[in-house]
Write a protein that binds this ligand. Structure first.
Ligand code: ZN
Length: 261
């Protein structure tokens, strides 16, 4: 079975900043897709903010097993319609991997339901990433810790709900720490947040980072059939109840009427 992946990127810094363009001539999305396509059983394509419907039509999401999301400068330009579509795809079983500054991406914030804020500093400092369990599938094949020589600092407190699992913890040269790899389940969908990936550093060329992303795609993939009509709220009339019941008391809704939203 091939895992069908879409790497989504706002693709703004690459077009506006020379450093980022030099680091990622195929865009951050291109670099990540190349790394994922090097893994067995993974087929990764890309989509960007500039594509019609941001490259995320309902038809395309229906055929996407795992969506990765990199956004930063243009969170506000993502249409609410597309964001809601992504969230519903996750509820129905699509995997979702939020990368770095995607902590403020519309679909990630909606999935978390909290502020998703953090402290930060752009000083090119060393980040040391520790794994919390050698047995976690997202940590497969990784050393107990690895370093990124230049990264942006993200520090606690990180305004996300308590995760299902904390797979990575980061230490920064300036003294801060951060929960860098977090797993969630939202509906039928597996969600993973992975912290590193500031645009002015070569983070996505790092073999350990690439390994994490390959592992995370496999972890996030839910092979079960998508949950159909995941937001439906069907009314069950009295005469369709499993056991015979008698209607009692007043009511607001008529038979067959759609409920309020
Ligand atoms: Zn950044």
């Amino acid at each position: 079975m091939v895992i069908r992946v879409v790497v989504w990127n706002e693709n703004v810094h690459e077009q506006e900043n020379e450093i980022v363009a030099d680091l990622y001539p195929d865009g951050i999305h291109g670099a990540i897709a190349n790394a994922l396509n090097a893994a067995d059983g993974v087929s990764a394509a890309t989509a960007t903010l500039q594509d019609p419907e941001h490259g995320l039509s309902a038809a395309r999401l229906a055929e996407t097993d795992v969506l990765l999301w990199w956004g930063h400068a243009a969170h506000g330009d993502v249409s609410d319609t597309v964001s809601e579509r992504v969230v519903e795809a996750v509820w129905s079983g699509m995997g979702f991997i939020a990368l770095h500054s995607a902590h403020f991406a519309k679909p990630f914030k909606a999935l978390m339901g909290t502020a998703c804020n953090l402290t930060w500093r752009e000083a090119g400092e060393r980040e040391r990433i520790w794994l919390t369990s050698r047995n976690h599938p997202i940590a497969h094949g990784l050393p107990d810790q690895f370093a990124l020589e230049n990264e942006e600092m993200y520090g606690e407190p990180f305004g996300v709900p308590e995760p299902q699992e904390t797979v990575f913890i980061s230490w920064f040269q300036g003294g801060e720490v951060f929960r860098s790899g977090l797993t969630y389940r939202r509906g039928a969908g597996n969600v993973f947040y992975f912290r590193p990936g500031h645009e002015t550093y070569p983070t996505y060329h790092d073999p350990n980072v690439q390994r994490v992303l390959q592992n995370a795609v496999r972890w996030a993939h839910n092979p079960a059939r998508r949950v159909p009509d995941v937001t439906d709220t069907p009314n069950v009339p009295v005469d369709a109840a499993l056991e015979p019941i008698e209607e009692r008391g007043p009511r607001l809704h008529r038979d067959g009427e759609a409920g309020f939203r």
